[in-house]
Design a protein around this ligand. Structure first.
Ligand SMILES: Cc1cc2nc3c(=O)[nH]c(=O)nc-3n(C[C@H](O)[C@H](O)[C@H](O)COP(=O)(O)OP(=O)(O)OC[C@H]3O[C@@H](n4cnc5c(N)ncnc54)[C@H](O)[C@@H]3O)c2cc1C
Length: 336
């Protein structure tokens, strides 16, 4: 088996994020010689975790320059780590930071890269990647002969590595000389008012445009919709998704669910999150939306319309009911 390099950038405290621990577990499963390459301002806690996982070599590029995401420094660090390791297979978590930097690194190394992998395992004696195409409608397994082969593993596909930390001996890789024109002055979050996207939540709660539509009494009840949804999210710590119709309304500045942004959108042109369960409310369940539910374990929907898309094999359970009524009752049971 080839040598495998697990490439990770560390958190502010020097540890590995969950996505990196997942990639570490996947790299271990390949059963080759495991190298770990770290980039960050601090790396010792991450190096100790890698030592506990049985890494044969732990390489690091450290310094304040690597505390922040910046293409020039991230790509230079990753390139230096790949060259120092000489590994044929490079596995990295599919974070926004690596997704931006590593395709360029593959080019510099004369290698290849595959992004959005959902698995990497030995098949027919060679490493093979699984990934989805056409917005999660088809799954493919592919191998490559070119090396180095960089694989970005999507978060949430493999149980994260956990185990006792070891005592790491870190090999420092020389700081690459990089010309930087970008200065990171801070970070800004979308003005959503409240953090509602929780990738690790057990439940995805999806709100559709129906919450803003006229109800059987002839009036819209947007303020109540907002309260019902927020009370439910606060009580359950569920993650909030939205249909495209609903987030488009919010984006146009209409007086609708104010905490909903385009980042909440689930579907073909939105996100494909991984939660064990999902509950859709006031959303029709059309294919461009439901395709974003590919990795949701158990799907339930509440809709007034018994002929909505969810009734056509897209949900495990469809409650034909008024979502306002249902959520009032659910929140009462939750003590809200
Ligand atoms: C190229 C392309 C890409 C797209 N990408 C996406 C995407 O990524 N994500 C996405 O979501 N859409 C996407 N769409 C749009 C998609 O086809 C639908 O138009 C959209 O999902 C509809 O949103 P909705 O179900 O919230 O709204 P609507 O279609 O308006 O449905 C509202 C639903 O609420 C129900 N309802 C109303 N009041 C209540 C109540 N009190 N209780 C229970 N139910 C109630 C109604 O019965 C209705 O079914 C895309 C479309 C195209 C063409």
């Amino acid at each position: 088996m080839d040598t495998i390099l697990l490439l990770a950038h560390t958190e502010a405290d020097g540890s590995l994020a969950k996505a990196s621990l997942e990639a570490l577990a996947a790299a271990k499963n390949l059963r080759g010689e495991l190298h770990v390459g770290l980039a960050g301002a601090q790396v010792q806690p991450a190096a100790d975790a890698a030592a506990g996982a049985g890494a044969a070599r732990i390489l690091a590029v450290t310094g304040e320059a690597f505390a922040q995401s910046r293409y020039a420094t991230d790509a230079a660090a990753a390139e230096a780590l790949c060259r120092a390791s000489g590994a044929a297979i490079v596995l990295a978590p599919g974070t926004s930071r690596w997704s931006r930097a590593l395709p360029g690194v593959a080019f510099r190394l004369g290698g290849r890269i595959d992004t959005h992998a959902t698995g990497l395992a030995i098949q027919n004696s060679v490493p093979a990647v699984t990934r989805w195409f056409y917005r999660q409608r088809m799954e493919a397994t592919l191998t490559r002969s070119q090396r180095p082969w960089i694989v970005l593993l999507d978060p949430g596909c493999v149980p994260a590595w956990s185990g006792p930390a070891g005592n790491a001996a870190v090999e420092t890789v020389a700081f690459p000389a990089v010309e930087t024109r970008t200065t990171v002055t801070g970070t800004r979050s979308p003005e959503a008012g409240e953090q509602t996207i929780r990738p690790d939540a057990k439940l995805l709660f999806v709100a559709g445009a129906g919450w803003t539509k006229k109800q059987p009494d002839g009036a819209a009840h947007t303020a109540e919709a907002e309260k019902l949804i927020l009370d439910f999210l606060r009580a359950t710590q569920a993650s909030l998704g939205g249909s495209k119709s609903l987030v488009d309304l919010s984006g146009e500045g209409e007086a609708v669910l104010r905490f909903m942004t385009h980042l909440n959108q689930i579907g073909q042109t939105g996100a494909t999150p991984r939660h064990p369960k999902g509950l859709s409310t006031c959303c029709h369940g059309e294919e461009p939306h439901a395709v974003g539910w590919r990795f949701i374990g158990q799907r339930r929907a509440v809709n007034l319309d018994a002929n909505c898309g969810w009734a056509r094999g897209k949900a495990d359970v469809l409650y034909v009911a008024d979502a306002f009524e249902v959520m009032r009752q659910v929140n009462a049971l939750l003590g809200k």
